[in-house]
Design a protein. Structure first.
Length: 212
């Protein structure tokens, strides 16, 4: 029988090819795709998230672990869709208008996917209205905004205002993050959550989705 602990450990080491092979083996042996996802792939990404918070691993290790997770998900995703397995929640993610930085955003997206959330990544230079439109289209629980510049972080306030004007603040939480962003800034613009790192952002997103 395919070993879920082994899948988790190989994922943490970034061994994408072996993760994909063991995931396929588990499927061939009749394991439920949901169980493989939770006990193997998500367990591995959760461990990476914990280590990342403790500064035991760094951005390169997270990136290769995420690549390994995506290799396993390539096997599982069609089966999960076929089985009608529901996502734990949907996050619309992007770097705000005028800002082209994406490494932090990408890390957040990977960590959120590792929690079993569906991430709609809008990329960089995203206007406030696009955040709102995509949140409506995908029935998202969360809009997550990233900025790396003090000049562009002000765009986050425009996203909050646009959500208010669109009347969706009751259904959608707005999360903010990035190097210049602080909890005080988050409160000053009436956003719902600030996270200092990708792993914390994923934890906060899960809490929001469990409540909604």
């Amino acid at each position: 029988m395919a070993d879920m602990k082994m899948i988790s450990e190989l994922l943490q080491k970034g061994r994408a090819k072996e993760v994909r092979e063991l995931t396929q083996q588990a499927v061939d042996e009749g394991m439920e795709p949901q169980d493989i996802l939770e006990q193997g792939l998500m367990d591995g990404m959760n461990e990476i998230g914990i280590k990342f918070k403790k500064n035991e691993v760094f951005v390169p290790e997270v990136l290769i672990a995420a690549r390994a997770m995506h290799a396993g998900m390539g096997v599982l995703k069609p089966l999960l869709v076929e089985a009608g397995v529901k996502t734990r929640g949907t996050v619309v993610l992007g770097t705000v208008k005028g800002d082209l930085h994406d490494i932090g955003k990408n890390l957040v997206g990977m960590m959120m996917e590792g929690k079993g959330l569906t991430v709609v990544d809008l990329g960089t230079d995203v206007s406030p209205q696009r955040f709102i439109d995509e949140a409506r289209t995908h029935n998202a629980q969360i809009i997550a905004c990233s900025a790396l510049l003090t000049t562009t972080m002000k765009e986050m306030e425009h996203v909050v205002r646009a959500a208010d004007e669109a009347g969706i603040r009751g259904q959608v939480k707005i999360m903010v993050g990035g190097a210049p962003v602080t909890d005080a800034f988050c409160k000053s613009i009436n956003a719902d959550s600030y996270a200092p790192d990708a792993a914390s952002a994923a934890d906060a997103a899960m809490e929001f989705c469990m409540v909604s």
